[in-house]
Design a protein around this ligand. Structure first.
Ligand SMILES: Cc1cc2nc3c(=O)[nH]c(=O)nc-3n(C[C@H](O)[C@H](O)[C@H](O)COP(=O)(O)OP(=O)(O)OC[C@H]3O[C@@H](n4cnc5c(N)ncnc54)[C@H](O)[C@@H]3O)c2cc1C
Length: 474
């Protein structure tokens, strides 16, 4: 296998080094399962040759961007080849007159936006991992972020794709036009496919004009339920902010510790942003302020000063790493981390999660894109206490049951991977056979990221090694 792969991409772009295999055996999830080899192709032709070879020899292939996925979708459960796409990082074309750009899959989100800025356009999904995550990974996971409430998720920005299929054939899906009604929208099927249907080698992405101005606000609440009510009321009023985020006490205390942010340690805060032309969004900002006050908010700050706005958002974008510092003996385990419900059910979801944490004697921080009904849960676990893992597993089951009860979904933006698969299978049970049929058409030998989504193992805790020791240290 090594000989064949080296002949395709060159000696320096193939590695079976133990350290590489270890690193490429994990992402930002709790899972670990090493590949046999890491391959770094530099062209579509090389990817086609790799897939022709793997398909013939029935070797699993897992495409990989930056490995920031939080549910294990890039973890190679069956070993085989990890296809690292980061060398494919060219922006091929920017066409503001047609509102699209064409990029290779390894382009990094923030770098694309840096290049688009002088043209007065941007690529709207804004994942908090934007500094490192790739366009290919974003499409495969249907990533989104805090601006999805106004500008949509990655799926809304994908106009066309070039895809290498499992047998090595190169196909073009979609168009370069803003609208199209030409039959099955297969490019949409690729969105959220998590590397199981083909390798995306080029994307045509819809761009949006950069808003001229913006303003950011922050409101503090003594009680979490007051913040939940404020979010619901803002949406019911028909206001569409460009971001509406919630943070609970664990998230606030975590950023205070990590950043010395000096925030009052109340039960909740919300951050909101409106953009466009100041004269029109000022009215919306004032309406949001009034709703927050009516719901009991205090110390409301509003700013359109770039430095102050940056500072207000820094608090939010630091939560993920900051929660790992909440208590010295705890790590943050990514479990149930992007559950999503209809916005009106958000207060019940957040209160329910806190009840589940109390009843199971564990710590769960909550924060997220409240305006989209998405809550990130930070399970803060002491991995050396096995009893704590047992209580965590029970709590995860209960959180997902609550989400189903509230009419929500298993994943709002991070995808299914390994750790959400059992719950996804329950949620979509009548569609699983249909999905298996689609997979068979695209990938008859099941080489592309096998055992994910509808075919993932039932018990995600035992499906792979966990990245942390489970037993109490003696
Ligand atoms: C700190 C932090 C913050 C985050 N914040 C957000 C957030 O705000 N919003 C959000 O949506 N997500 C967020 N995430 C999750 C993650 O960053 C996103 O899911 C991101 O889109 C993954 O991109 P990646 O390049 O790292 O993909 P990877 O993790 O490498 O891969 C993800 C999936 O895509 C597949 N894949 C990758 N490239 C291709 C390709 N070219 N063709 C076919 N399949 C491919 C892989 O096989 C895998 O199934 C966050 C993660 C972290 C660690």
């Amino acid at each position: 296998m090594l000989k064949q792969l080296r002949a395709i991409v060159g000696e320096e772009n193939v590695s079976d080094d133990l350290a590489d295999r270890y690193i490429y055996g994990s992402d930002a999830s709790i899972h670990q399962s090493s590949p046999s080899v890491v391959v770094r192709p530099g062209s579509i032709k090389e990817i086609q040759e790799i897939l022709r070879f793997a398909n013939r020899e029935k070797i699993p292939v897992v495409p990989r961007g930056a490995g920031t996925g939080e549910s294990g979708s890039a973890v190679p459960l069956d070993g085989g080849i990890v296809l690292d796409l980061k060398r494919m990082d060219k922006i091929l074309e920017i066409r503001p007159q047609d509102m699209f750009c064409r990029v290779e899959p390894g382009v990094i989100n923030d770098e694309l936006n840096r290049e688009l800025k002088p043209y007065g356009f941007f690529f709207p999904p804004t994942p908090a991992s934007g500094k490192v995550c790739t366009i290919g990974g974003m499409i495969a996971n249907n990533a989104s972020g805090m601006r999805a409430i106004k500008y949509g998720a990655t799926r809304d920005a994908v106009l066309g794709l070039k895809v290498v299929l499992a047998n090595g054939d190169l196909v073009r899906m979609g168009t370069s036009t803003i609208i199209q009604a030409s039959g099955y929208q297969l490019e949409r099927l690729m969105v959220g496919s998590e590397g199981t249907l083909g390798v995306m080698v080029e994307a045509t992405l819809r761009l949006k004009p950069l808003p001229e101005e913006r303003a950011v606000g922050r409101a503090l609440f003594y009680e979490l339920s007051q913040a939940g009510d404020a979010v619901s009321k803002i949406i019911t009023e028909g206001i569409v902010p460009s971001a509406l985020e919630l943070m609970d006490e664990v998230a606030i205390k975590s950023v205070n510790k990590a950043l010395k942010a000096g925030l009052p340690e109340v039960e909740a805060l919300i951050l909101f942003e409106c953009d466009g032309i100041k004269a029109s969004f000022n009215h919306e900002i004032q309406k949001i302020k009034k709703i927050c006050e009516d719901c009991g908010a205090f110390d409301i700050i509003i700013s359109d000063n770039p430095e102050e706005m940056e500072k207000l958002w820094e608090v939010r974008s630091s939560i993920f790493p900051a929660t790992s510092m909440y208590k010295e003996d705890r790590i943050r385990a990514t479990l149930a981390e992007d559950i999503t419900v209809p916005v009106s059910r958000l207060p019940e979801l957040v209160e329910g999660i806190h009840r589940i944490a109390r009843e199971n004697g564990i710590i769960i921080g909550t924060y997220g894109h409240a305006g989209e009904g998405l809550i990130h849960t930070a399970f803060l676990v002491n991995p050396r206490v096995s009893d704590e893992w047992d209580r965590t597993r029970k709590a995860v089951d209960e959180v997902f049951a609550l989400v189903q009860h509230l009419g929500g979904t298993t994943s709002g933006e991070h995808g299914i991977g390994i750790s959400k698969a059992p719950y996804f299978k329950k949620e979509r049970k009548e569609l699983l056979e249909l999905m298996r049929g689609i997979k068979k058409v695209f990938d008859p030998h099941n080489i592309l990221n096998p055992h994910k989504l509808m075919d993932a193992p039932e018990d995600f805790f035992t499906a792979t090694k966990l990245r942390y020791p489970v037993k109490e240290r003696r």
